[in-house]
Design a protein around this ligand. Structure first.
Ligand SMILES: NC(=O)c1ccc[n+]([C@@H]2O[C@H](COP(=O)([O-])OP(=O)(O)OC[C@H]3O[C@@H](n4cnc5c(N)ncnc54)[C@H](OP(=O)(O)O)[C@@H]3O)[C@@H](O)[C@H]2O)c1
Length: 326
């Protein structure tokens, strides 16, 4: 923190803080790996193996101790690329928290307990480890109802058994729909929740989930503070929000925000990132990257001084809730 009186209360991005009740400690910034898995349909560009591995190396050498991936990013290529680096380094470095996610079968959509056990086996094999500290159930909304997820023989029961057997350290739930995520954390099974694209400069859907996570001692992890790129690259370079076409009103709001930020000499991306970092209910914010240099830039964006009045000005340009996702 700085003594500069114009500086708002964003945390030191390299501090370590409690990750809910897990006993793990994480930095307020987590690095996300969906862009580096190479998913041109989502991000608009391909990423080759060397660039991806160099990015993972930069994460492990950098100030943040938290890396987020999943079984299905790039059909498994994110885990393979991370695994290649971990093998060279002799495993997950001490004090580093690696999180991955159990996914439905990519061909059949099966999300049974049996599939979850296979998903976890695949992840361990690709990552080259025999244990991961954090495992989320990933995007159940596309494959199963809440009741199916929680039923005997279903994916949650399988994850609990894997945790009890010590194969994974802690369990989390990850997905989009806010009310569904609230139902999952009320079960008491999950120690962390990832929600994405719904607590940003242009979308505030996740408010009730943030409050409920705090009340239950569940770590809230905010994915995609840039909405998948628009709030860092700008709406002309990245016209989509949350990996889908969006209303022109959202792009217009972002252009207005760019102008307001420019008048304060603050990059829009700094405001987008610190919007999440400064919220005391957010345990960690996942920034997706696919370039080694992004680690340094992320630190710079997280520590750019922002005058308190800029937040009020940005609030005035927040699109109405019709432009949100849920
Ligand atoms: N259901 C879920 O569990 C879920 C859903 C969404 C996200 N997530 C997690 O959250 C992470 C973040 O989401 P996201 O990656 O989709 O979206 P994001 O973090 O909002 O944005 C990622 C985009 O921002 C760009 N970017 C980041 N820093 C930049 C910088 N300093 N300068 C220019 N461009 C920059 C990246 O570009 P480059 O590729 O050029 O670096 C990428 O295009 C994911 O990677 C994933 O780990 C989880």
């Amino acid at each position: 923190m700085t003594d500069d009186p114009t500086r708002d209360a964003s945390p030191d991005p390299a501090e370590r803080r409690a990750f809910g009740r897990t006993g793990l400690t994480v930095t307020p910034v987590c690095i996300g790996t969906s862009p580096l898995s190479s998913m041109p349909a989502l991000y608009g560009y391909a990423v080759d193996q060397d660039r991806a591995e160099a990015t993972v190396e930069a994460v492990l050498d950098g100030p943040f101790n938290f890396l987020d991936t999943s079984n299905n990013y790039g059909g498994g290529s994110a885990e393979l690329r991370i695994g290649a680096v971990l093998r060279r380094r002799g495993g997950i470095p001490d004090g580093f928290v690696l999180a991955t996610k159990a996914d439905a079968d990519p061909d059949s959509g099966d999300f049974s307990g049996e599939r979850v056990r296979r998903s976890v086996e695949e992840s361990l094999e690709r990552l080259g480890v025999d244990h991961v500290p954090m495992m989320y159930l990933h995007d159940p909304e596309y494959h199963v109802t809440f009741e199916e997820a929680m039923a005997p023989g279903g994916p949650v029961e399988a994850l609990v058994a894997l945790r009890d057997a010590g194969v994974v350290g802690h369990l989390g739930i990850a997905g989009g729909p806010v009310e569904l995520m609230r139902r999952f954390i009320r079960t008491g099974v999950f120690e962390a929740v990832i929600n994405h694209n719904r607590w940003t400069l242009v979308n505030r859907d996740a408010g009730p989930l943030l409050d409920e996570a705090v009340a239950r001692g569940v770590a809230f992890v905010n994915g995609a503070p840039y909405g998948g790129g628009m709030l860092v690259k700008g709406p002309d370079a990245q016209p989509r929000y949350a990996y889908r076409d969006t209303d022109e009103s959202v792009r217009e709001a972002v252009r207005s925000m760019q102008r307001v930020c420019a008048a304060h000499n603050v990059p829009l991306a700094a405001a987008a990132l610190q919007f999440s970092l400064r919220d005391p209910r957010v345990t960690s914010t996942i920034v997706g990257v696919s370039e080694p240099a992004r680690i340094r830039t992320t630190l710079d964006l997280a520590t750019t001084p922002i005058a308190p009045e800029l937040w009020d000005e940005l609030d005035r340009h927040t699109p109405s809730s019709e432009g949100w996702l849920d």
